[in-house]
Design a protein. Structure first.
Length: 304
């Protein structure tokens, strides 16, 4: 008997054919395109919201800085003007204030306005020359303290009201030294006031030597965007500079424009400053701009 001969069938080769690979690639590409269409808008929306948030935060910080500074403005020192397509906001920035001794305090001496000097420091009583010293009633300004080089301003009525105009200096005096509650001035401009203009509440304001007048500048709406800048420590100018010369300048925001409106009430005791700030960011790849607009109203206390 002849044994059966076993035959092995050949195994089929494993893997993909070229046609199968091409079909898989085409299907994957179609699926990827469909997914990209649906997720592109959410992703783009996310990046848009991030960009708007950054612009809004930058504008908010800039307006908060402006608002904080202007609330420290010397009464009646705010000046707003436009020149060369730029809006300028200028004011004299105070650091502190207090009361000086006067006749209403029931004292026979130490009256600042009648120049009889300081009760706490008899050496200041040098008639007939107007005294260079005066007493501060109550606690001295401590944060920051009054130091030599600062300025004392009394009863500021603003531009066009000499001698009660701190920009021209008729009511502004340089501090020479401070001992206890006695402030000594380098000169006494109040003695030359005609008529004398004492503060009804015997108040004085302190202007820091390193700050003095401050100017914010921003391109006016309708003009190409520019930098929003803060300029300070350039001195005191009788006429508003556009921009003032000297001092130190810092950039608060770029690609900005603004509108500025200032209105004082009928009594002139306070006013309202409105600032609309627009910040723009341009995408370098697409050239498309994104803008945000923030508004800030700032109440101005002009009671001298």
């Amino acid at each position: 008997m002849t044994p059966a001969v076993s035959r092995r069938l050949p195994r089929r080769a494993a893997g993909f054919t070229l046609i199968e690979a091409i079909i898989a690639i085409v299907i994957t590409g179609i699926l990827g395109s469909v997914v990209a269409v649906f997720i592109n808008r959410p992703i783009q929306g996310y990046f848009d919201s991030v960009r708007r948030a950054e612009l809004t935060d930058q504008a908010d910080v800039a307006l908060r800085r402006i608002s904080r500074d202007i609330r420290l403005a010397l009464p009646n020192s705010l000046r707003v003007t436009a020149a060369g397509g730029v809006n300028y906001i200028e004011f004299i920035m105070t650091s502190a204030g207090g009361r000086y001794r006067d006749a209403a305090d029931g004292s026979t001496g130490g009256n600042f306005i009648d120049f009889t000097g300081s009760l706490a420091n008899p050496s200041c009583l040098v008639p007939p020359t107007p005294s260079l010293c005066f007493d501060v009633l109550g606690p001295m300004p401590a944060s920051p303290p009054v130091v030599a080089g600062d300025f004392i301003v009394i009863y500021n009525l603003g531009t066009g009201n000499p001698p009660a105009d701190a920009y021209t200096g008729g009511n502004r005096a340089l501090v020479q030294g401070v001992v206890g509650n006695v402030i000594t001035l380098a000169a006494n401009p109040f003695a030359a006031q005609t008529p004398p203009l004492p503060s009804p509440d015997a108040r004085f304001q302190v202007v820091r030597a390193g700050t003095r007048a401050v100017t914010y500048a921003c391109a006016a709406a309708g003009n190409p965007p520019g930098n929003l800048t803060r300029q300070w420590n350039y001195g005191f100018n009788a006429a508003q500079g556009t921009p003032p010369a000297g001092g130190t300048t810092a950039i608060l925001a770029g690609n900005s424009t603004c509108t500025v409106e200032y209105a004082a009430n009928a009594s002139g005791r306070n006013g309202l400053l409105l600032i609309n700030l627009t910040l723009t960011q341009i995408d370098a790849a697409t050239g498309i701009g994104e803008s945000v607009i923030l508004s800030q109203q700032i109440r101005i206390d002009n009671a001298p």
